[in-house]
Design a protein around this ligand. Structure first.
Ligand code: NAP
Length: 229
């Protein structure tokens, strides 16, 4: 099985990559900076089944170049984990938010994932197999939404709608598309006070990336349990 993890060079993405590789899958570790990606692979012990690839999800050309590479080397993609994410924007609110900063957030967190789905779903369809995991956040759940982190919360709420819209287009059971909240995790984004390890944060994402045929699609999960969008 061939998996691609965006933002695989650190944090939760690093752990998703490691766990999928430990399960025996070939994993493309996406890193917008190739050196950082190679350093991450080294930290994993340079496993044979982890290949580092350059990918900036906010750059359409970067996505197209990667697609061409995957098409010619493998002609398949079984698992796409849209993990890359930025800007947990605690520093402003809805009324005073810097909208350029919000646009930047949407560019990666929403449009990056959307562009990846557009690019790779046809390849999954041609192989009649695909698992897409959008790494979302409870901050993007409409139910109980707080006033904080406006750009981030809106980007993840929109990502959840992307999950629903994409899943509604494919009802065959061959391709499953879900959102997962990893919980509050100790990473550069989550900070050092977060209660969860990156290993724990990655677990449900890996579970959703390896669901059996006919498994759930168009849903939102935390700790392998469905939660409200
Ligand atoms: P992190 O440690 O800050 O890592 C983010 C990763 O995304 C890095 O590899 C980063 O690359 C990459 N990235 C950022 N912009 C990118 C782009 N344009 N193209 C490709 N890669 C890009 O964050 P994390 O905590 O592991 O978060 C991973 C995901 O989990 C995010 O989607 C986040 O929103 C979500 N999440 C996290 C928490 C939490 O508590 N940590 C909670 C809920 C949801 P660089 O190293 O080059 O910056």
């Amino acid at each position: 099985m061939l998996a691609l993890v965006t933002g695989g060079n650190k944090g939760i993405g690093f752990e998703i990559t490691r766990q999928l590789a430990d399960l025996g899958h070939t994993v493309l570790l996406g890193s917008r900076n190739l050196e950082r990606g190679l350093a991450a692979r080294k930290q994993m012990g340079d496993p044979d089944n982890v290949q580092v690839i350059q990918l900036d999800v906010s750059d359409t050309e970067s996505i197209k170049a990667l697609y061409d590479q995957i098409r010619s080397e493998y002609n398949r993609l079984d698992v796409l984990v849209n993990n890359a994410g930025i800007n947990y924007d605690t520093w402003h609110n809805t009324f005073n938010a810097d909208l350029d900063n919000v646009r930047e957030t949407l560019e990666t967190n929403l449009f990056g994932a959307w562009a990846m789905i557009q690019q790779f779903i046809p390849l999954m369809q041609s192989n009649h197999y695909g698992r897409v995991v959008n790494v979302s956040s409870g901050a993007g759940a409409i139910h109980g939404m707080s006033s904080g982190t406006p750009g981030y919360a809106i980007s993840k709420a929109a990502m959840n709608v992307l999950t629903i819209k994409a899943a509604q287009l494919i009802r065959s059971g061959d391709i499953l598309i879900n959102s997962v909240c990893p919980g509050w995790v100790r990473t550069e984004m989550g900070g050092s006070s977060a209660p969860r390890s990156p290993q724990h944060g990655a677990e449900t994402i890996v579970w959703a990336a390896t669901l059996p045929k006919g498994g759930p699609t168009g849903k939102f999960f935390r700790d392998k349990n469905e939660i409200d969008f």
